[in-house]
Design a protein around this ligand. Sequence first.
Ligand SMILES: NC(=O)c1ccc[n+]([C@@H]2O[C@H](COP(=O)([O-])OP(=O)(O)OC[C@H]3O[C@@H](n4cnc5c(N)ncnc54)[C@H](OP(=O)(O)O)[C@@H]3O)[C@@H](O)[C@H]2O)c1
Length: 351
Amino acid sequence: MKAIGIPAGSSGHDAAALADLELAAPVARGQDILVSVQAVSVNPIDIKMRGARPQADGRPRILGWDAAGIVIDTGPEVTLFAPGDRVYYAGSITRTGSNAELHLADQRLVARMPASLDFAQAAALPVASLAAWEALFERMHISTTGSDAGKTLLVIGGAGGVGSMAIQLASIVGRLRVIATASRPASQAWCSELGAELIIDHRTDLVPQLAGKDIPGVDYILCLSDTDRYFSTMARLIKPHGHICALVESASPLPMNELRGKSASFSWEGMFTRSLHATPDMIEQHRILERVAALVDAGRLRSTTQVCLDGMTADNLRKAHALVEDGGVIGKVVLARQACASCSTTQILEN
Ligand SMILES: NC(=O)c1ccc[n+]([C@@H]2O[C@H](COP(=O)([O-])OP(=O)(O)OC[C@H]3O[C@@H](n4cnc5c(N)ncnc54)[C@H](OP(=O)(O)O)[C@@H]3O)[C@@H](O)[C@H]2O)c1
């Protein structure tokens, strides 16, 4: 099968290392489904994993942890899917990635993709939706039945992949009032379009900007950027008994005592925790993605694909990595076997 990856022994420091490769087709065993991958999206984790040390086992490294495709075979223990199902998933960071013609994923991490979307639109959703859902409704315990309606959430880094889903999920499922940070007119407009009531600029101090709007504090904060840089700002902005959730690892120990006087709590969210540790509730990712698909099909959530590169080739993957590495992505960057010409939000770049 065709795959795109970093050849054995090569450093992935530069995106130029990504190459078209020919590998043996994988075989579905146990709870695995074998998927014919139709579209993938690129996340910051791809950039981090690309730069990781080469494997000692002499095998090429295949990245990619956001896929949409068609089930073509199932392992003997699979009960949730059958060949022909159109699925989407993030999968596991411990396994070979989805930048390939064929890919294996544990059924407990997979769901049927929204019927109303094409593959290029669906591939944008898994990592960002799982991270946003787990952060909001599991780590910060925001109610999914409206008990927290009207409370305020600040999303730091609102226009990126995760922020785009967090704004939508918090306002539609949590019925929160969402404040998002964005620094450019295009990213600010995008956050408003997704449901943020107020946009502030992360290039300048957030505290006076909110004070200027008569908002001295917020109930919840989701930090999707530099945790070290924003920690003290978040400690100032969180309300007593509030909750902060961060997705980006800190470089230094965090000054937790700054939260003590307010009895505010802090959580990490890692959307690969369940698959990494094979937690007993791994199947929750199947359930979350099913709920997200139902919300999309009900017209309540939208896909966030903003750039779709036509063709799953090394050349396109290098372009996608460059866009994500640049740090200014709005929504998601996707590679598809067949770009979604019908998708009005999609910009098809020239090969
Ligand atoms: N722990 C997990 O489970 C998990 C899961 C997914 C992602 N992540 C991590 O979460 C982070 C966000 O992921 P993502 O996929 O949303 O990234 P992304 O799509 O690459 O984010 C791009 C956005 O970041 C914003 N941004 C740039 N500099 C910023 C700053 N100083 N402060 C606030 N926002 C800034 C930009 O907004 P403007 O253009 O408006 O400046 C841009 O729209 C990444 O570090 C990623 O590795 C963690």
